[in-house]
Design a protein around this ligand. Structure first.
Ligand code: GAR
Length: 185
């Protein structure tokens, strides 16, 4: 599930093609943005891609449409790769909490939106990215893996964003590969 450019979805698709992720089908890609890069990446890869309309966790109709739209594909794992909406408790329970999220900071620091900018403004010298299980509290579920990124004096906010994204493109496919091999819990 994603709302944005889809570079992390592309990294997952590439990892499957190269064999890093094995024994694992990407059954569908779902977005709340009709013309998002993530849907385009899925289309180019020949993976079913579905625009499920807007999603607001407090809206029961949105929730039901999203849950039923995804359940048709019978996923064992849901990956939030840049999905910029908060999920309802009902949604999380509907998928038996088998949902992981990619977040662009070293949690528990800098939860929520614009995490790289938050880290930059705080002046930290190490930031990074996290993959964690999704729980009802935002960006607070059990951490699965993290990758650090150093912030150098020569960096700009843009260069830090690029470094964090590069780290994400390595971390997320590796975590999916581990989960699919049954190593993570
Ligand atoms: C990623 O950097 C991901 O960490 C972030 O959205 C970006 C999506 O990029 N997610 C969040 O901020 C969630 N709180 P992408 O569309 O190019 O994969």
């Amino acid at each position: 599930m994603g709302s944005g450019k889809g570079t992390n979805c592309q990294a997952i698709l590439d990892a499957q093609r190269s064999g890093l992720i094995q024994d694992c089908d990407i059954v569908g890609v779902f977005s709340d943005k009709p013309n998002s890069g993530i849907l385009e990446a899925a289309k180019l890869a020949g993976v079913p891609q579905v625009y499920l309309g807007s999603y607001k966790h407090s809206n029961v109709t949105d929730d039901e449409r999203w849950v039923s739209g995804i359940k048709k594909f019978r996923p064992d794992l849901i990956v939030l790769a840049g999905f910029m909406r908060i999920l309802s408790n009902q949604f999380i329970q509907a998928f038996d909490s088998k949902i992981i999220n990619l977040h662009p900071s070293l949690l528990p620091s800098f939860r929520g939106k614009d995490a790289v900018t938050q880290a930059w403004n705080a002046g930290v010298k190490i930031t990074g990215c996290t993959v964690h299980w999704v729980s009802p509290e935002l960006d607070a579920g059990k951490i699965i893996a993290q990758a650090p990124v150093r912030i150098m004096s020569s960096d700009t906010l843009e260069s830090v964003m690029a470094k964090v994204q590069a780290a994400e493109h390595m971390l997320l496919p590796a975590v999916i590969a581990e989960i699919s091999e049954g190593f993570c819990s």
